[in-house]
Design a protein around this ligand. Structure first.
Ligand SMILES: CC(C)(COP(=O)(O)OP(=O)(O)OC[C@H]1O[C@@H](n2cnc3c(N)ncnc32)[C@H](O)[C@@H]1OP(=O)(O)O)[C@@H](O)C(=O)NCCC(=O)NCCS
Length: 183
């Protein structure tokens, strides 16, 4: 179970994260507004290197916990990242996520990249169900889910504490099945 790399979309190139991406990721992960709904503080450069290492050192796809972290490049520049985590190999359940530099917001890049990740998940990676968990106040993120055609399946009330605000956070769970993507 492997995906041919890089993945090319109409405007973007997606390829595995690599150690040299730490500065590019740090440029946006350091920002409070980017970390706001990520349930952890902004990342320093070392935190970005760790995030990349988690993906670089991930077990092969097919093992629970496998992490496919992809840099999203526009004209050779890393503008964000997306990826999949295999939460259950047995049940073929994967979690999708995305973080983009705010300068590139509002052009549909996150949606375009995530759609390519769904195609990889439901194609070569043989995932049965892809889901996303996101803060209910993170409207730009749940709008990505809705543009992708994912279904809002759950509203988890006060399911976490947001360290940025010190307040309870409620989450939405969105999901899509392989047979729905084909449709
Ligand atoms: C979540 C996040 C990736 C969403 O970014 P985004 O720019 O809103 O999403 P997209 O790149 O898909 O762009 C969609 C916007 O571009 C517009 N757009 C312009 N051209 C478009 C095109 N060709 N295709 C689709 N949308 C387009 C859409 O209308 C939409 O704007 P709207 O929401 O005002 O209607 C971004 O806010 C982010 O990185 N946040 C910080 C990290 C984070 O919270 N991640 C999620 C954790 S769960």
């Amino acid at each position: 179970m492997r995906v041919e790399m890089p993945i090319r979309t109409e405007r973007l190139v997606l390829r595995p994260l690599r150690a040299e991406d730490a500065d590019a990721l740090h440029a946006y992960h350091r920002r409070e507004d980017v970390a706001r709904y990520l349930y952890r503080p902004p990342l320093d450069r070392e935190g970005c290197a760790k995030l990349i290492a988690r993906s670089v050192e991930s077990p092969e796809w097919g093992t629970t916990g496998a992490d496919l972290g992809l840099a999203v490049c526009l004209r050779g520049q890393v503008i964000g990242e997306t990826g999949l985590r295999l939460r259950s190999a047995l049940a073929a359940q994967a979690e999708i996520g995305w973080v983009f530099a705010p300068e590139y917001a509002g052009h549909g890049y996150a949606t375009e990249a995530a759609r390519a990740v769904l195609a990889a998940a439901f194609g070569p990676l043989k995932v049965h169900r892809v889901y996303a968990r996101l803060d209910a106040d993170n409207k730009p993120s749940w709008r990505v889910c809705e543009r992708l055609g994912m279904r809002r399946e759950a509203y988890l009330v006060d399911s976490d504490v947001n360290p940025a605000t010190g307040t309870w956070g409620s989450e939405y769970v969105y999901a899509m099945l392989a047979r729905e993507f084909a449709g």
